[in-house]
Design a protein around this ligand. Sequence first.
Ligand code: PRP
Length: 212
Amino acid sequence: MKDFINIALPKGRLGEKVYDMFERAGYPCPSIRENNRKLIFENSDACVRYFWVKPSDVAIYVERGAADIGVAGKDILLEYEPDIYELLDLDLGKCRMAVASKSDFRDNTDKTLRVATKFVNITKKYYAGKSREIDVVKLNGSIEIAPILGLSDVIVDIVETGTTLKENNLKVFETIVPISARLIANKSSYKFKADKIADIREKLSKQVIKND
Ligand code: PRP
């Protein structure tokens, strides 16, 4: 029986770029380009099976072995610390995790800082490192509204082009960490499908275009 590699791709714009990279690396699966709502695609010649999952779920599929490898944002890896191997920086989906607020914000260090974010663990770790006391307000999206409505003093969120901040009269005060898409592998797949995963990693690395 052929040993397929199961690959979890982040559904959406980033996922399409990631798939293009796999295709250029020699792992095509033409049916994936058909315009339908299927989620699983395979190419038995190349022995690859791709599936589209919610970007924040890729690491779960890989950690639990439902996927051998996948592509996840560094933000998700830092936030959830899944037990996986990080194999390669694909240099796609580049953005940064940053602290932002209204442009007139001034930090009063005598007070607990109220921070709205989706990334609770990254936020707690960052402020613990600065010995700054915070009150985390966990939100699920549209984080930028929080300081405008007085729900928080600052936000910790992803900034890509900066347009969302600008259009809401907010600005970046600190950059926490740069983010990009990473190739990740399940730990046991990495052992038992070592040759194939090493081959994919090697071929993908040749497709990475560094844009610093
Ligand atoms: C992300 C992030 C910002 C926006 C930043 O939101 O939370 O809102 O993108 O991009 P920009 O700097 O290019 O404007 P996403 O689209 O993931 O949705 P969300 O608001 O639900 O988190």
